[in-house]
Design a protein. Structure first.
Length: 330
């Protein structure tokens, strides 16, 4: 059972109005609803939006929705929030539509109390709000996070920073990258998109001078937030150990592996003709090159490696996936 609560609040009775949070909420819903192959991922995600004065999100309702999300033993409970955030010396807050000062919103300490006591096996909190990096921080020890087993927190900014919208408004910078990651930018070679890979994508995209995302986790293994189309077929990936019996092997090539010939090479008698069995293997090797599993040795491209009877070898990433295949983990 996979449950998701997605909240986006643009309308505030007393605080500045926002313009992109509701859009962000629906973008996240579209991204998590189904896997790339069309299968359901988070069935019937609950979307709560504060759009205008007629459709507001009250603190009591936000807190109750969070309680219901984390109330049972679901496989994964995902909470996403986009809206105003506030921080003071007593901690951080998520602001509801009826917040007047900020410190009357849902306290991050209350949120984490609910999350840490939840029986859900995986609890994932994603916050696109100012000062959201304070989530999970200890109330008594600076620089210490207190999160229970199975909890992961991903926030748009540190406790001291604001969270920004894209130029022109309409979407949050953080959430735009979060959705890109879910849509495949953060997928590994088997198509899994994990909180760790999502953070890595956002971290690299924001750079050192922009708002800095925060990642806190206490898990033994990462859960997959969504499955994307893998960049290489599983059968090809599992064949790594067939083509490379050892991870440090240099695979010897020759012109019979390369199917393409120029006019002069076709007419010459010194260059052997392509071997269909070899060219089939060479096609797989080239797929490995495209996803950085294999590289030619002492040659700029695989074509040169074959035509010059050189070799190819596993990259560091290739050796990692070779080990996973060898251990039966893929």
């Amino acid at each position: 059972m996979r449950k998701a609560l997605i909240v986006g609040i643009d309308h505030y009775d007393h605080l500045n109005l926002l313009t992109g949070c509701v859009n962000d909420a629906f973008a996240v819903r579209a991204a998590v609803l189904r896997n790339s192959d069309g299968t359901l991922n988070f069935p019937s995600p609950q979307v709560v939006t504060g759009t205008n004065s007629e459709q507001r999100v009250f603190k009591r309702d936000l807190k109750e929705a969070v309680r219901k999300l984390f109330a049972d033993d679901s496989d994964i409970a995902l909470f996403y929030f986009a809206g105003h955030g506030y921080i003071e010396d007593t901690g951080g807050f998520l602001c509801a539509s009826d917040s007047e000062t900020g410190d009357d919103g849902l306290a991050l300490a209350e949120l984490m109390h609910i999350v840490n006591r939840s029986r859900a096996r995986n609890k994932v909190i994603v916050l696109d709000s100012c000062h959201s990096g304070a989530a999970g921080n200890s109330a008594v020890a600076a620089g210490i996070a207190e999160i229970s087993d199975g909890v992961t927190i991903l926030t748009a900014s540190t406790a001291d920073q604001e969270s920004y919208e894209t130029p022109g408004g309409g979407a949050g910078v953080f959430t735009s990258l979060f959705v890109d990651a879910l849509n495949g930018a953060a997928a590994n070679l088997v198509g899994d998109i994990t909180p760790g890979s999502v953070y890595a994508h956002i971290d690299q995209s924001l750079g050192p001078w922009a708002q800095r995302p925060v990642f806190k986790t206490n898990v033994k293994t990462f859960v997959s937030l969504r499955r994307s189309e893998p960049p290489i077929a599983l059968a090809d990936l599992q064949a790594l150990t067939t083509h490379f019996p050892s991870p440090d092997l240099r695979f010897q090539l020759d012109p019979t592996f390369e199917p393409e010939r120029s006019a002069g090479e076709r007419d010459g008698t010194s260059i052997p003709l392509p071997d269909p069995a070899h060219t089939a293997v060479f096609t797989v090797l080239q797929r490995y090159v495209k996803v950085n599993l294999v590289r030619p040795v002492d040659a700029p491209h695989m074509w040169h490696a074959a035509m010059q009877s050189k070799s190819c070898e596993l990259t560091v990433l290739g050796q990692h996936y070779w080990s996973l295949v060898d251990k039966g983990l893929i």
